[in-house]
Each structure stands twice: as C-alpha cells, then as structure tokens.
Write a protein that binds this ligand. Structure first.
Ligand code: ZN
Length: 241
C-alpha cells in the first residue's frame, strides 16, 4: 500500500515527539555534561562510530568540527569498497613511505626520485623545513637542483635545537664536494630565520655560496593590504629593473 501524505505527516509528528522526548531527557542530564563547550555531541545524535570518525578527521590540519562531520557523513554515504579504498590508502601511505636517506624527502625507495634524477643540477641544494615544502617548490617549476629537508626548524622555546634537525646529513653532502650554492628556503618566521642564520654560519666557511629566498608581496595582491613587516622586507629585497 502506497504511503499517503497523511501517513507521512503522522510519521513526522511521531519523530518530532521522539526528538522532543530525547531533548527533555538530555536536559535532565548532569549540569557538567550540559555545559560542554561543543553543545550537543555527534555521538548522542548519530552514534559512537560517527563520533569516532569525526574525531579522526579533526586530527587533520584545517579540518574543524563542521567539516569533520560533513566528511564523516560523506564516508557513510559511500559504498563499502569506496570507504575501504580510503582506509587502505591511509595504511599504504604509512606502511610504504619513508624519508629519502640523502635529502629526507618522502619516498617509497631508499633514495628519492629527485636525488636519483641525473638531469637535475647537482651543484645547488635548496634547504627546506619540511618535505611538503619540496612539493610546493617543485610545483613552481623554477628550481632544478636538489633539496634537503631539515624535518623542522630551530626553536629554543619548544626545546628544538640544531641537533634535532637533519643538519649533519646536509653538511655531509656539502663536504662530499660539487655543491656551489645552498639556497635556504626555511619559513619567514622567527624559527625559520634562526635556522637560516645558523646554517649560513656553518656553510659559508666551507667556501659555498649561501643565499636566502626573497620576501615580498604576494603576486596579484594589493600593497594596501600587506602588513608593515612584509612591505619592509619587500623594499629591502628590491632589485634593479
Ligand atoms: Zn632525496
């Protein structure tokens, strides 16, 4: 028998009554639970498995609660195979990747593709904080040398000193010879600057040129919206036309 509009309305009313009942029950809970900063918990509404998925997504950078909930429901709407594919991709990423033993880029082999590529300029090394920075620089397509990821930056406040970074490996590569320039592309932050200065003092005595990436205004940006520090650095880093 087809579902009539009237039945549907009845169902809706039943559901509304059930929700109201649930809300009343929730209000009767202990004050501590009700005062939770995040309000109604997803686990209360949709179950613990969804809540665990939301929590897992929230561990990712740039994913807040709302986005995590949207992603969790998107996974729920997938076929079993699609969901398994995502789970397997995450496991494969963790099981099959490692750091390149030369430059600390991410690779599936002992030595990464960039270090193995004989067509690249082996006289220049660009030093970055994280392997993810290599990807960004590669996308720009302007640098054809090699890289070295430090896996962090010097930060005394966080208890991270030079000995915690992959600096020894870099010096080893430089001492092996053949490198004429090191480009320091650490972040333009206090940590990044400290690291750049430290490295430059170590590398210059080896007779190798050390350069620092330029600071400036974002391409397509408006000078009006740039902060004073950026404008100051952009002026300092000006070049002849
Ligand atoms: Zn490598």
């Amino acid at each position: 028998m087809p579902h009539t509009g009237c039945d549907a309305m009845h169902d809706e009313q039943d559901r509304t009554a059930a929700v109201k009942e649930h809300e009343q029950a929730s209000r009767a809970l202990s004050p501590a639970r009700r005062q939770g900063k995040t309000g109604t918990q997803v686990s209360e509404v949709s179950g613990k498995a969804i809540a665990r998925m939301v929590e897992a997504f929230m561990r990712l950078p740039g994913i807040g609660k709302k986005s995590a909930e949207r992603l969790a429901f998107a996974v729920l709407g997938m076929t079993r195979d699609e969901a398994a594919g995502i789970a397997q991709a995450i496991l494969d990423l963790k099981n099959n990747t490692r750091y390149c033993s030369l430059c600390y880029n991410i690779t599936e082999d002992e030595i990464c593709g960039i270090c193995r590529d004989v067509k690249r300029d082996s006289t220049r090394i660009c030093v970055v904080e994280e392997p993810s920075n290599i990807l960004i620089l590669e996308k720009s397509g302007t640098f054809r040398g090699r890289y070295h990821a430090l896996l962090g930056a010097i930060s005394p406040l966080d208890g991270i000193g030079p000995e915690d970074l992959k600096i020894d490996g870099l010096l080893e590569r430089l001492r092996a010879g053949g490198i004429t320039e090191v480009i320091i592309a650490t972040n333009p932050t206090l940590k990044g600057e400290t690291t750049a200065l430290y490295l430059s003092k170590l590398i210059k005595p080896l007779g190798i040129n050390v350069s620092r990436i330029a600071y400036g205004l974002p391409v397509g940006g408006d000078i009006e919206y740039a902060d004073e520090n950026t404008v100051q650095r952009a002026l300092e880093g000006r070049r002849e036309m």
